[in-house]
Ligand binder design. Structure first.
Ligand code: SF4
Length: 450
């Protein structure tokens, strides 16, 4: 193993983690949300990028081997994914393996959370392996609402951004379709099979039409897919208790990390809905609008004209982005809801109002706790029969959520449970979920469901 000095490490963090052009490389996308990752890969392919969703969780042993146990669980899982992928590529290609051909995609979030450190940590580990220091890490940050500057050629950026956002919303819709139809399927297993095929069809549609600015064709394909999904439902099966899922975005959407909690809930009689990926994207844009507004006010107060201009520009830019995202999201959900009653997403401004009204938490503190606490409150007020908070063991924002949401849910008499994951199988977990579902069923019997 080559000796890596501290100076080399710092240089690598600035030179080999960043916004690099992904053209001509194999872009390696880690699978968080299975459907969303595949649809996004379809958009990249449409713009000429050879994007691949890496196999996930099979390399967990490697992730564990190169971490100390103190890191966030998603950092361990994604590290295992990239290490296993590289190992298999080396074995497959032998002397033909060239690390320069790959670009590893690992976005980040700023703020008090450790998500901003995953790609740095992965960089250090890759650098300690012969040749893998040449695999660059392409990143996007929540600091500028995941702007794509530098990754995609400037002239394609606007079109790419629109198609990528549509892929996120379409991924959310397919997930919601699955959770809507699977508890009521006519025959066991047909909903999963249907969604697998739908994912393939939508990935193909996105890769064919995205770069041609033909988003309406993608929407038509989505509408056709959703129509077909409705046929899976057996109308004789009565409605079931409705459970809302909140928590840390990676573990609550990564099926293997959360040991497919939603399926377990369904086994005990639930219909469950997870928070969406679009919610997080809208939140990062909303937060930039909020910060730009604060900066603008401050600069106006101090009469700093140059800064006023800059913060006004930022404010308008992010406000327009947010407007576009909401408009597109509403349009897609409305279209889909003509065929099937899936849940719409809440607006982030509404969630902030929920927190302000109850004076329980503040967007000033940031992190996903803002979304999880406000969503839990919103869903409870709307009559959901139970709330589950899913997160990685030791996750800071999710423990904050737990400490605030749990007593609030007890006050509202809405069943609530925290479930944390770290890769281990705990014998009591299923019993806890079963008990939670018993309580949710009692709530359902007494109050009905929304
Ligand atoms: S949200 Fe939780 S799991 Fe994710 S980086 Fe922050 S502390 Fe880690």
């Amino acid at each position: 193993m080559e000796k890596v000095t501290q100076l080399d490490t710092f240089r690598a963090l600035s030179e080999r983690v960043g916004r690099f052009s992904v053209q001509g490389k194999t872009l390696l996308i880690p699978e968080m949300n299975r459907i969303g990752a595949n649809l996004l890969a379809g958009v990249f392919r449409s713009f000429g990028v050879n994007a691949k969703v890496m196999e996930t969780y099979e390399g967990l042993h490697l992730g564990k081997e190169f971490t100390s146990g103190k890191e966030c669980f998603p950092c361990v899982v994604t590290l295992g994914d990239i290490l296993l992928f590289m190992k298999k590529e080396q074995e497959r290609l032998g002397d033909g393996f060239d690390p320069e051909n790959y670009m590893y995609f690992m976005p980040e979030a700023n703020g008090p959370c450790r998500f901003g450190m995953y790609n740095k940590y992965h960089r250090i580990i890759l650098d300690s392996m012969p040749g893998l220091d040449r695999v660059k890490i392409a990143t996007l940050s929540s600091e500028d609402a995941y702007s794509l500057d530098g990754l995609i050629p400037k002239e394609q950026m606007q079109d790419f951004r629109k198609a990528a956002y549509l892929s996120i919303v379409a991924g959310d819709i397919l997930d919601r379709l699955l959770w809507r139809i699977r508890p009521y399927e006519k025959e066991k297993g047909i909903a999963d099979k249907f969604i697998d095929e739908a994912m393939e069809r939508m990935t193909e549609s996105l890769s064919r039409h995205s770069s041609k600015r033909n988003l309406s064709r993608i929407l038509d394909d989505l509408a056709e897919t959703v129509k077909g999904g409705k046929e899976i439902i057996d109308p004789r099966i009565p409605k079931k208790p409705l459970i809302g899922v909140v928590g840390e975005i990676y573990v609550r959407t990564h099926l293997k990390s959360n040991q497919d909690t939603i399926r377990t809930l369904e086994r005990y009689g639930a219909e469950a809905i997870n928070a969406s990926i679009g919610e997080w994207i809208n939140y990062t844009t909303y937060d930039q609008v909020r910060l730009a507004r604060i900066a603008l006010r401050l600069n106006l107060k101090r009469f700093r004209l140059k800064e006023v201009k800059e913060s006004l520009f930022q404010y308008l830019k992010y406000s327009l982005n947010l407007f576009y995202q909401y408009m597109q999201q509403r349009k897609v959900y409305r279209m889909v809801r003509n065929y099937i009653d899936i849940e719409e997403d809440h607006k982030i401004g509404h969630l902030e109002k929920v927190l302000k009204k109850d004076n329980t938490f503040s967007f000033e503190i940031g992190t996903e706790a803002c979304l999880s606490i406000s969503s839990a409150l919103e869903l409870a007020h709307r009559g959901y029969n139970g709330i589950i908070n899913i997160f990685p063991f030791t996750c800071m924002p999710s423990n904050l959520t737990s400490s605030i949401a749990k007593p609030l849910m007890a006050e509202l008499k809405v069943p609530y449970i925290d479930i944390s994951y770290d890769g281990s199988f705990q014998p009591g977990r299923e019993a806890a979920l079963r008990t939670f579902m018993y309580q949710s069923y009692q709530h359902f019997k007494t109050h009905g469901r929304p």
